[in-house]
Design a protein around this ligand. Structure first.
Ligand code: B16
Ligand code: MG
Length: 215
């Protein structure tokens, strides 16, 4: 019945939030603002442009379009420098094993990420070879909770949304999956990801035959 698994990147396969945090925090020095870890949580799954808008809003800063584009470049350059050191050890626990299982079982695998740097991260960590399709921030116009990223993933794989299972750590991502007519597995806490069909705390020790047995 289910033919494809669609994965978010940050917080599901790898933890790039720490690098986003470092880069945004350093950028904040331009306007004297220190981003907190709690605020960084709220930027998960949110696009780069939208993240900057939220930060400026928290900081109470009104910036020109010119400053904003300059800062977006500055943040990304710093972020690229940080992720250039990423390696396969940064794949989250249990992920490689889970991808192996579903590949053997014949599932198609796609990425559905807001990041424009997704391919770099997949290459650095050695995750790339598992993917049959990659939909990232360069291919979508609407951010999660809009289902666009996952619908495009299903389309690229040639399957219907009802045949897809989405893996997400962000509330907006789970909402995107459900709006798109897909099953959603949350990676995190049930209290937060309560819209998901199932929630796991990580992929460690997870058997696909037990997890993917939706009614
Ligand atoms: P970039 P995901 C998201 O990745 C991150 O969670 C979010 O913090 C980031 O702002 C966004 O990608 C855009 O990333 O600046 O690299 O284009 O969770 O959708 O895989
Ligand atoms: Mg995520």
């Amino acid at each position: 019945k289910y033919k494809a698994c669609l994965f978010d990147l940050d917080g599901v396969l790898v933890d790039t939030a720490i690098y986003h945090f470092k880069a945004w925090r350093a950028l904040g020095q331009n306007f004297g603002y220190q981003l907190t870890e709690e605020q960084n949580e709220q930027l998960k799954g949110i696009s780069r442009v939208e993240s900057l808008d939220r930060i400026l809003n928290w900081a109470g800063v009104q910036a020109s379009e010119e400053d904003k584009s300059k800062w977006l470049i500055e943040k990304n350059e710093h972020y690229l420098e940080l992720i250039s050191q990423m390696n396969p050890n940064e794949i989250l626990p249990g992920v490689s094993d889970f991808l192996d299982q579903i590949k053997k079982e014949g599932y198609l695998i796609a990425l559905g990420s807001a990041s424009k740097n997704a391919e770099i991260i997949l290459n650095k960590t050695g995750l790339m070879h598992w993917f049959d399709a990659i939909i990232d921030g360069n291919k979508v116009t609407k951010s999660k909770p809009d289902p666009e990223v996952f619908l495009k993933g299903a389309e690229a794989l040639g399957v219907s949304p009802a045949e897809c299972i989405v893996f997400e750590d962000a509330v907006a991502g789970v909402e995107a999956a459900k709006t798109g007519g897909m099953k959603a597995v949350g990676i995190g806490e049930v209290s937060v990801l309560n819209q998901a069909d199932k929630v796991i705390s990580s992929f460690e020790g997870i058997l696909s035959k037990d997890l993917l047995n939706f009614q």
